[in-house]
Design a protein around this ligand. Structure first.
Ligand code: GLA
Length: 390
């Protein structure tokens, strides 16, 4: 981390001729609670130690200049006349955050922002929220403004929904901004209240990238969301007291079965049962019952696969191989779906062995070399001290 920090500061100095303030935002993995966030439901993500680093300094000409070290590209915007105009490129994320802050009435002076990161792209680990939150921290820091966590997350979500054009929920931005090391976060996506939950020392979280690309901004994620919203609208209309799918029970859904398509019915059933599984998973963690926690992860996977139709054969294969190993408590697809990563909770002392077997057997059955990461729950976004420190 220290080396990256020095490099980021130095690159910024060389490019822009100024010392900068430096911020970092992590990536995230979701342990359980998938596709529940945009209907006010429950999620249990944690931050992981991949990072986007943002360095910011001032300039006098009223421009916001964003430089991506990963893409080796610089893009400029006139702050006073910034319009909502997505280009489909990396710069939509920082420009979208700038747009969202300006829309919220936050005034912004000219600035240089350089970004660099190591979050795998298209893997379902929230590279987009990581860039958004790092940029927001940098822009707010540059303006000397401190905002509460939920405000930062909400502004970044707005950037993603309205500027980038991805209809995602609040989970990613919230946990990337507000996570705490050694803890998973149980987030209520309606009230934005949260609880930090300990993971036992004897387990590790292993993320396995199937290398099948997933993209939230295109296609299937939006389709699923539409199917869910149609079902939610019907429930709201037919059953008094239901505002969001979060309020519905399986009985409510059954009553409305004849009024919605099979797809909407199954998508809503996934979400209603998933909210229950998150609560059960919370209890299992508090009881230290990792066997139960693992069972719930597998049930959550099956529900994502069968009811939400958001898995794929490669990911199903990874979950099957994982669950054949005794060291694995539970495995499931994580993130938006349609590829990306699995999350596995395994015995700490067997984690390396688990990874070796998973990679070998996946490669034998698919010919694909998976990437695996043994993770610890990390801190959310931080300002890094310019000298020494983290
Ligand atoms: C993506 C979105 C999140 C959430 C997940 C699915 O990561 O960005 O808001 O909907 O998919 O749980």
């Amino acid at each position: 981390m220290k080396v990256e920090k020095e490099r980021a500061l130095q690159e910024h100095r060389l490019r822009f001729g100024h010392e900068g303030l430096i911020y970092a935002a992590p990536a995230r993995v979701n342990l359980i609670g998938e596709h529940t966030d945009y209907t006010g439901g429950l999620v249990m993500p944690m931050a992981i130690d991949f990072k986007t680093i943002a360095v910011v300094s001032g300039r006098q000409d009223g421009l916001a200049v964003f430089y991506s070290a990963n893409y080796e590209e610089e893009v400029s915007f006139e702050i006073a006349s910034l319009a909502r105009a997505a280009s489909g490129r990396w710069s939509d994320y920082p420009a979208g955050v700038l747009w969202s802050l300006l829309e919220a009435g936050i005034s912004m002076a000219g600035c240089n922002v350089s970004l660099m990161g190591n979050v795998p792209l298209g893997a379902g680990l929230s590279s987009s929220a990581s860039i958004e939150v790092a940029t927001a921290m940098a822009l707010l820091g540059h303006s000397g403004i401190e905002l509460p966590l939920e405000k930062v997350a909400t502004l970044c979500r707005r950037a993603e929904n309205e500027y980038v054009g991805a209809k995602s929920g609040i989970m990613d931005q919230f946990v990337v901004a507000g996570a705490v090391a050694h803890r998973a976060m149980l987030l209520d996506c309606r009230s934005l209240s949260f609880e930090l939950l300990p993971l036992p020392d004897q387990v590790r979280v292993v993320i396995c990238n199937s290398m099948v690309k997933h993209a939230v901004a295109t296609g299937e994620y939006g389709n699923r969301r539409d199917e869910v919203e149609v079902g939610q609208d019907i429930l709201r209309r037919e059953r008094p007291g239901i505002e969001l799918l979060r309020d519905a029970t399986l009985e409510d859904l059954e009553v409305c079965k004849g009024k919605m398509t099979e797809e909407s019915f199954s998508r809503c059933r996934h979400i209603i049962t998933e909210n229950e599984r998150v609560l059960d998973a919370r209890k299992a963690l508090l009881d230290g019952d990792m066997g139960k926690f693992g069972e719930l992860m597998v049930l959550a996977h099956e529900s994502m696969r069968d009811d939400f139709a958001a898995s794929c054969p490669e990911i199903d294969g990874l979950v099957r191989i994982a669950m054949e190993q005794q060291s694995c408590f539970g495995a499931r697809i994580t993130g938006g779906g349609f590829g990306g990563c699995t999350v596995n909770v395994v015995r700490a002392d067997k984690a390396e062995r688990f990874v070796e077997t998973l990679k070998r057997e996946y490669s034998t059955s698919t010919g694909i070399q998976a990437e695996c990461f043994v993770c610890e729950p990390s801190d959310g976004a931080l300002e890094l001290a310019a000298k020494g420190g983290a």
